[in-house]
Design a protein around this ligand. Structure first.
Ligand code: TYC
Length: 101
């Protein structure tokens, strides 16, 4: 049995389709030191001191702040790594992800 039947695809994906991007969101808490949050943002998201400070302050004041958008895998990996960095230092620092509309 070497004969193979190939059925052509009837539906082709439009070439313009892009993978949905996912937001990494920083959540405020009462315990993680501001300086530590800034350090994690700089290390994991390659932000400048200024950018990191703005994001940290926004989360501090409003409860949450969007850090950046990535493909799903990258967003989840970065959120996990950043959350783990807090955990390793004994802080409840939390990053989550959410798909963009
Ligand atoms: N609220 C924290 C404090 O006053 C600082 C902080 C900011 C923690 C943002 C988490 O996502 C955060 N020490």
């Amino acid at each position: 049995m070497t004969d193979t039947i190939t059925i052509p695809r009837t539906k082709t994906k439009p070439k313009t389709e892009r993978p949905k991007l996912h937001k990494v969101i920083l959540i405020n808490d009462d315990f993680t030191p501001r300086e530590f949050v800034v350090r994690v943002l700089k290390a994991e998201f390659r932000m400048s001191e200024d950018q990191a400070h703005r994001v940290m302050i926004t989360a501090h004041q409003r409860g949450v702040c969007v850090v950046a958008v990535f493909t799903k895998d990258v967003a989840e990996t970065k959120a996990t790594r950043a959350t783990d960095a807090g955990k390793a230092a004994g802080y409840p620092l939390m990053f989550t992800t959410e798909p963009e509309e």
